[in-house]
Design a protein around this ligand. Sequence first.
Ligand SMILES: Cc1cc2nc3c(=O)[nH]c(=O)nc-3n(C[C@H](O)[C@H](O)[C@H](O)COP(=O)(O)O)c2cc1C
Length: 527
Amino acid sequence: MAVSEGNFDLEAARRFHEVTKHSYTSVRAGDHYLDWDNEPFKFKIYPQAPEIALPRELSLSRVPTLTALERGSAPAAPSGTLDMERLARILFCTAGLTRTRRVGDRDYHFRAAPSAGALYPIEVYLATGSIDGVAAGLHHFSPADLKLRMLREGDWRVAISRACAENAGVASATCVLLLSAIFWRSAWKYRARCYRYCFWDTGTILANLTAAAAAEAIDAKIVSAFVDSEIEQLLGIDGDREGAVCLVALNDHGSTAVPTQTSGATAPARPAPLTLDSVPLSNGEQRYDELVRLHCASKLRSRAETEQLFLTGLEATSDQSEEAHQPPSTGSSRTLQLSPAGVGTALGIGETILRRGSTRIFARKPIHSDALAAVLCAAGRHPRIDFPPLTDTYLIVNAVEGVEPGAYLHRRQSAELELLRAGELRAQAGYLCLEQSLGADCSALICFMTDLERVIRARGNRGYRETHLEAGILAGNAYLAAYALGLGASGLTFYDDDTSDFFTGHAKQKSPLLMVAVGIPATARTS
Ligand SMILES: Cc1cc2nc3c(=O)[nH]c(=O)nc-3n(C[C@H](O)[C@H](O)[C@H](O)COP(=O)(O)O)c2cc1C
């Protein structure tokens, strides 16, 4: 397919969003079915690559989860050293296998972070200088056997820093994680709409990663602006079936400026084609043109374009502070101040990640307003990322002690809930999330929304990726906070226009990005 759209040819994002909307009619139309004989393999395996086994006896961090979440969203001088143990703990908490469940004759492997449909389209690579036990190189992280496989020798941080237009701290990173999406893994079930899901899933992984790194006193900064082709070439991926989605610069206590070519870095400016094969995913793959078109149209093609986006806010002239991105007043005379003061000590981040598993049935019981406050606080802090806040938080309260049932806007800066509509809305909440009872039975249904037109006008098609990524991170933070407090949570997809209409009035023109239901699980998990 000839793809000529640039980042500011906005029809790519507009059209993609329109044709991938869910509605009452669309989910009942069509003949898509799950072809189990052609189900994509969920692990990327490079059989010929040299491997490094990571330690398996991992003593995960006991730093309270809410503390780790708070630290992960604020810049701080790192005091930890990124040795092999720490790296293994961070990678495990990011994308490791946490439990296996046997259903019929199949084993299902679940991972540290939630993933829509448990399809796990996101791969993790890392570029390091030499760190204790791990040779300098570009490695692929294999969650299946907790190993690194070396794809390229040498120090590639200089090349990565250049692809990011020397921005966002990559130049001084001890290690850079590079995340990609293998679209077919998710498209097999969700078709073209899966492009949104890939950024949600990247976001939940980043929520785990940034909290786990903060608990290890390692600084983690997420980078979404880079010259795609340079990163994709380095990873040896085609940028079509598998695309780069974001980078994370990890800095430790001893991190120094990355070596330059003159000070002995070994990586050439342009990486040679990667000749290592990986195991095929399935017998055949279906290509979804709308998805490929948007992925290509949201690529940054030069360092100048990358630099320009890095400097751009949500308005051409506005400042990029969080204050500048607060939603306008609802005019509601009924606001409620929330405080997480009474939540007590939450579980440590390691235990939270091990215990987390999406709630399948909620008990229709109320949660405490302090717990809701803690979850909203975690889900309201802008991550350490190279773009400004692009999302707003709305919610439907079904059963929260001391909070009147109804629809609300969460005002992040002041930790206030503004009442938009009072009343028992369980039926509507269940309907909006694709008629799933999770929405009706939970205590609160959080809905991340954005003014999509405003975002893409300011940031191009790349803004489409960014706003979905941000929603995924905030949803991942909500998951972690909920489980740390002994509650349950589940990500949820939704009817697009019905959700916009539901919040009409205040959220006019806003598009839903992702929902998270929070509440009390009806049953204890068995695996
Ligand atoms: C972005 C996202 C969307 C999700 N959407 C739904 C959904 O609509 N319905 C549902 O039952 N679960 C949903 N889930 C939960 C996943 O099915 C769950 O994460 C996956 O099965 C892995 O299981 P685990 O979270 O227990 O590890 C979603 C999860 C994520 C991260």
